[in-house]
Design a binder for this molecule. Structure first.
Ligand code: FAD
Length: 295
């Protein structure tokens, strides 16, 4: 099928992009890897597209002591391969390697994936587990920051309002003595996850747990964050038993049956992947802790 007719505008600046969005009521065209197939299948029929691929500066990757910030047209692949971003937060690369295939990652954008808010997508869960945020610009609201907790509202429903451009996304760095993991099961490599789990564990100076967080995908309409920091705070690394965390996972998820898997299978997978991801993240955090404290 072919898309319904639409107007095409190529913005030269973020200001021009938000003006065009307000004037036309159109949609942002970033990598087009989700929007164009939806238009071709006539599941989306925007009257206009505002192409941001020519806006200077939006392809940036900035890494500082606090966070990794990516612009709206930073490709998944560029972030995956960025050495400074990997050093600041290895979870980014671990998750990005599971996003579709390299060809799609060469064009698809990380910010576009957040805006698209697919409940099976990796990067919304990564933003959520890290408690990151998106900076947005529009004629109606000006500039504002939207925390991950307020960004994912439902399947394909994100907290950006009509006419709003997500200018960048900020992923906080992992603190010292932290470990992370991304695990997923997909029918074929590159497919969306039947279930996926991100885990981040941080230890204190005594190698006891300071915080432990999970985010799961494909077990609800949005990434499901399970923060078990309180339950495990102060537990020595060698006394950790994740059974309580898995009970919290079970209580937090709401998986559905579809053509890919039954709700029961997803529930089982969520527990298995969450347990493994937490164990991997703890192991990595311990390695970091030994490095930090060794003479
Ligand atoms: P686009 O397709 O250009 O836009 C998607 C939506 O977001 C549109 O509604 C658009 O208006 C809006 N949007 C985009 N950027 C902005 C912005 N800056 N501000 C406001 N709104 C914006 N993704 C995964 O996470 N995991 C997978 O396993 C996976 N597998 C895939 C397999 C295939 C075969 C394909 C084609 C895609 C797959 N994807 C997967 C999707 C891919 O990651 C997309 O790149 C991503 O979802 C959207 O990014 P995009 O830049 O292509 O956005």
């Amino acid at each position: 099928m072919k898309p319904a007719p639409f107007d095409y505008h190529r913005a030269g600046s973020t200001e021009e992009a938000v003006r065009l969005l307000a004037q036309t009521g159109g949609k942002v065209l970033a990598g087009g890897q989700s929007l164009v197939p939806l238009m071709s299948m006539r599941l989306a029929a925007p009257a206009a597209l505002v192409d941001i691929n020519g806006v200077p500066g939006l392809e940036r990757i900035e890494v500082d002591a606090e966070a990794v910030t990516v612009g709206a047209i930073t490709r998944h692949r560029a972030l995956e391969l960025d050495a400074a971003a990997f050093a600041a937060n290895p979870l980014l690369r671990k998750a990005l390697r599971q996003v579709a295939h390299p060809t799609i990652r060469n064009r698809g954008t990380t910010v576009g994936s957040l805006a698209h808010a697919d409940p099976a997508a990796e990067m919304p869960a990564v933003l959520a587990v890290l408690d990151g945020h998106v900076d947005a610009l529009s004629e109606a609201n000006g500039r504002r920051t939207i925390r991950a907790a307020d960004l994912f509202l439902g399947p394909m429903e994100c907290g950006l309002t009509d006419g709003e451009l997500a200018v960048s996304a900020t992923f906080p760095n992992l603190p010292p003595r932290s470990g992370s993991s991304w695990l997923e099961i997909a029918r074929r490599h590159g497919d969306y996850a039947v279930v996926g789990a991100a885990a981040v564990v941080t230890l204190d100076d005594e190698r006891a747990v300071r915080s432990a967080r999970l985010a799961l995908v494909s077990v609800g309409g949005t990434p499901t964050v399970v923060d078990v920091s309180e339950a495990y705070a102060g537990t020595s690394y060698d006394a950790v038993d994740w059974a309580e965390a898995l009970e919290q996972v079970d209580a937090s998820i709401d998986p559905e049956t579809d053509i890919h898997a039954s709700a029961e299978y997803r529930r089982r997978l969520a527990r298995v992947l969450a347990g493994r991801a937490l164990a991997q993240a703890l192991g990595e955090a311990l390695g970091e802790a030994l490095e930090v404290t060794s003479p």
